[in-house]
Write a protein that binds this ligand. Structure first.
Ligand code: BG6
Length: 536
């Protein structure tokens, strides 16, 4: 990760960065001239070189809510080159201006940074649209022609990133078309990259098949698998917290940690995503990727550097060491939301959502207890839970510490003292909390829990970029550490497959009312270990 916040890069890294900077001298000048950039900011800007981003699936929700706004935000921060071009491809009878209008509206509604007419105008100049079906050779020939023309008129140098924001069943067709048209092959001095959105398969076998298809056309180094959690500032900060400090690492092990809870709770239901979600469920949707990636970052050993190989190798080692509970009936729980109240509103149950079959057995809540068989973590449970329509939206990693071995206080004085905890608040209230015991003011020696907080909003002036800003920029720069390798994807499926197979034999999941904190079996799972889920 060639992080911008490296004031004293070692000589060889500095050289690489300098070369990169030289090749983007003009764009960098543009970036530095950007009014949103603080002139006191000494960090070397990471600016993309000349390129085209081809977006398949421009009419989808992700494109509108996240990708198009993120592209604008990058432009607004001066991180895109002047000739940057965006090509949309979809089955719509659109002209360039129709796509531009859609992009404009999406940006106005969802961009993080303020709308500035001059930034939009510059982006607009590079917007193109190619209509067509994925099966239509003619449409892909037209795409190839359009890209050639863009290279000539906008100086994009044959550098193309193909973003597949489409259902995986279309991947083979699109990838084959890119091969047939020669678009997958970079001429000398240029690059071609493909970006794949999750789900990367629905089990180990399908993930391998999917990889087989892409790897026949693109080398692994050109494949960028997006797990947007890795683009979140607070998630990257787990690495800074652990490896830039000396305070936490000595106690980050089985000698001090009692257990770890990783929670991703959502208050929303499945919305209009029945077609995607049913048959997939909570575990495949987010545990296989986001939550296991969080576990890997929390549990891994320190990498020798933050380059892709070193980082991925450490994550892989941890994922390989993950062990499932012996009895999956006792060490896992799953649920499905029923109608209930949320935010003062009556909401439907999962089975009443549009497009969900009455005999669905898909879970909208999943909890799993895992252990990590290595010297650092043996015997420390990692509890993962996620669910839709829960009490509120919150994602956090809580490292809960063992109680002090001896308490020289009267029992009454420590009655309400809990366990120390370090909580990485991933979202929405981004920051870190340390919970510890403190004497209550007064004449007695009563001790109770207090919290020490670090909040992003209070410590930093700059707001955090959206995950997709960071990841899109990394794709355009060609910086892969924040993208999981196929090996990580497969290791994660190896963890999940036996659980899914077990659940498939168990009939429908247990009900929980919308707005609650999940099924009773998830609480029972913790209670058997003498623990409770954190109340959020
Ligand atoms: C996606 C899942 O990966 O993450 C969605 O497919 C989920 O089901 C979403 O709602 C949550 O993302 P975030 O960034 O809002 O936590």
């Amino acid at each position: 990760m060639s992080s911008p916040a490296e004031p004293t890069a070692p000589a060889d890294e500095a050289t690489t960065v300098a070369t990169q900077a030289a090749s983007t001298a003009t764009t960098e000048a543009a970036a530095l001239a950007n009014p949103l950039r603080d002139p006191r900011d000494k960090r070397l800007p990471r600016v993309a070189g000349p390129c085209v981003l081809v977006l398949f699936g421009v009419t989808g929700d992700l494109a509108k809510r996240k990708l198009l706004p993120a592209i604008y935000d990058l432009g607004n921060r001066g991180l895109l080159p002047p000739g940057f071009s965006l090509v949309g491809f979809a089955r719509r009878d659109w002209k360039n201006q129709d796509f531009a209008r859609v992009a404009h509206d999406a940006i106005k509604e969802h961009a993080r940074t303020p709308f500035r007419e001059e930034v939009w105008r510059q982006l607009r100049e590079g917007i193109h649209f190619v209509p067509g079906e994925f099966s239509d050779d003619g449409a892909f020939d037209a795409l190839a022609m359009a890209l050639k023309e863009i290279d000539q008129t906008r100086g994009t140098g044959g550098n193309y990133a193909f973003y597949l924001s489409i259902p995986p069943k279309f991947f083979p067709q699109v990838v084959q078309q890119l091969k047939r048209t020669g678009l997958a092959n970079a001429p000398k001095g240029a690059w071609r990259r493909v970006v794949i959105e999750k789900p990367f398969g629905h089990d180990l076998k399908s993930a391998q098949e999917l990889n087989e298809i892409t790897s026949q056309v693109f080398p692994e180094s050109s494949v960028f698998r997006i797990d947007h959690y890795l683009g979140k500032e607070t998630v990257q900060n787990i690495l800074a917290l652990r490896f830039a400090n000396n305070l936490f690492e000595p106690i980050w092990n089985r000698g001090y940690v009692d257990h770890v809870q990783i929670t991703m709770a959502e208050d929303i239901g499945i919305g209009g995503r029945a077609g995607y979600y049913d048959g997939i469920g909570a575990a495949r949707d987010v545990i296989q990727n986001h939550l296991l990636q969080l576990l890997a970052l929390v549990a891994m050993e320190d990498p020798t550097s933050f380059d892709a190989d070193a980082l991925r190798r450490e994550k892989e080692k941890v994922l390989k060491a993950v062990r499932l509970p012996q009895d999956l009936a006792l060490g896992t729980a799953r649920g499905r939301y029923t109608a209930g109240w949320q935010g003062g509103e009556r909401v439907r149950g999962y089975l009443e959502e549009d497009g969900i079959p009455a005999d669905s057995t898909t879970e909208t809540y999943a909890a799993i207890k895992l252990e990590i068989a290595n010297r650092r973590w043996a015997g420390v449970p990692f509890y993962l839970r996620t669910g839709k329509r829960l009490g509120r939206r919150v994602t956090e990693v809580a490292v809960v510490f063992q109680r002090a071995p001896h308490l020289p206080f009267s029992k009454d004085d420590t009655e309400i003292l809990g366990q120390n905890a370090l909580v990485v608040r991933v979202q929405p209230d981004e920051g870190i909390t340390v919970r510890f015991g403190s004497k209550m003011p007064g004449t007695a020696m009563e001790v109770r829990d207090v919290s020490m907080d670090f909040a992003y909003g209070e410590s930093f002036l700059e707001s955090s970029p959206e995950a997709y800003e960071r990841l899109l920029l990394d794709v355009l720069i060609g910086d892969p550490p924040l993208f999981p390798h196929q090996r990580e994807v497969e290791l994660s499926w190896r963890i999940l497959d036996p659980i899914e197979e077990f659940w498939a034999t168990q009939g429908p999941p247990e009900d929980y009312p919308a707005g609650s904190w999940g099924p009773a079996s998830a609480d029972a799972m913790m209670a058997r270990d003498g623990r409770v889920w954190r109340r959020l």
